[in-house]
Design a protein around this ligand. Structure first.
Ligand code: OGA
Ligand code: MN
Length: 302
């Protein structure tokens, strides 16, 4: 007999640690419990799974179609040397240290992301999440009213520019990440970076408050890619978006995971923001990322 599935909620409005299960060999019953916990807790941590690329993708496919089948997020070159701080990929990874939700700058934003730890620095490099449903519920009624009908544009060019990366370096970084892709990534070296054309031509416009397609509960939909609320000055828009992030990403609505190699985490991009925590950039860190596409019926931008 296997160990019994155990889902232990974190001491926050989101998150749970799941043990007593092997993600590579889920029974239907275990899968149903995990899916229910995903909708309830939004972030699930599975310690010590050591999934292969294919197993991680297969776990992702239980949630839906993948938009990223498998992508290493690493500051290491293929020869093992650590990329310098001005390397375009490193600058993209540094961007991940700001609170964000995945693919909000793409025509269809992400449903879920699954991250596993492959190589870790001696300290730092944790991942943090913040609960945008609990944040919305904690807002003053006046603020809820103020933002009820507001929208913002979402752009990776915009968010990377804010951390000092120009568009040319960003496009090079995306191409380099694509070249890092191994078997199962669905990408090959030399392909045109998929983000580029889509992002530059028409950044999607998305509501600041969005009902979750499964639970129906409203959540803030914000983060570092959001900017330029129509009808507001650039400064006023920036101030409001920053104020919302600052308010939202505080206890009891935040969770941080200190990784061990082999751990897996999945999160609901429709309900949480996430960020990487800094680490000494001379040390390697490699995470493996699988992304589940949003339902076009509910996650398409305007
Ligand atoms: C991601 C991401 C944060 C981290 O995988 O989308 O933002 O801690 N990762 O690496
Ligand atoms: Mn991310």
């Amino acid at each position: 007999m296997n160990e019994r599935l155990c889902i232990e909620p974190a001491d926050a409005t989101l998150g749970a640690t799941v043990t007593g299960v092997r993600l590579a060999e889920l029974s239907e019953r275990e899968w149903r419990s995990i899916e229910a916990a995903f909708h309830e807790r939004a972030v699930l941590i599975f310690p010590g799974q050591h999934l292969s690329d294919d197993d991680q993708a297969a776990f992702g496919r239980r949630f839906g179609e993948l938009s990223i089948e498998g992508q290493p997020f690493t500051n290491q070159n293929p020869d093992g040397s650590v990329r310098p701080p001005d390397d375009p990929t490193v600058q993209l990874l540094r961007g991940n240290e700001g609170w964000h939700t995945d693919s909000s700058f793409q025509p269809i934003s992400a449903k879920a992301s699954i991250l596993s730890a492959r190589k870790l620095p001696s300290r730092g490099g944790e991942t943090g999440w913040a609960d945008m449903r609990a944040a919305y519920e904690a807002l003053e009624p006046a603020m809820r009213e103020r933002i009820a009908n507001l929208r913002a544009y979402h752009s990776l060019f915009h968010s990377q520019a804010k951390v000092g990366q120009g568009s040319e370096s960003m496009v090079n970084g995306l191409a380099q990440m694509q070249a890092d892709g191994r078997a199962g990534t669905g990408m090959s070296p030399g392909d045109t970076p998929r983000y580029e054309a889509e992002v530059e031509q028409a950044p999607p416009l998305r509501p600041l408050v969005k009902a979750h397609p499964v639970t129906g509960r409203p959540a803030l939909y914000i983060g570092r890619h959001a900017y330029g609320i129509p009808g507001m000055s650039e400064e006023a828009s920036e101030r409001l978006l920053q104020e919302l992030v600052d308010f939202a990403c505080r206890p009891p609505r935040v969770l941080e995971h200190r990784w061990s190699v082999g751990d897996v985490a999945i999160w609901d991009n429709r309900r949480v923001l996430h960020r990487a925590r800094p680490w000494d950039s001379s040390e390697p860190r490699e995470m493996f990322h699988v992304r589940v596409a949003g339902d076009p019926a509910t996650e398409t931008g305007l």
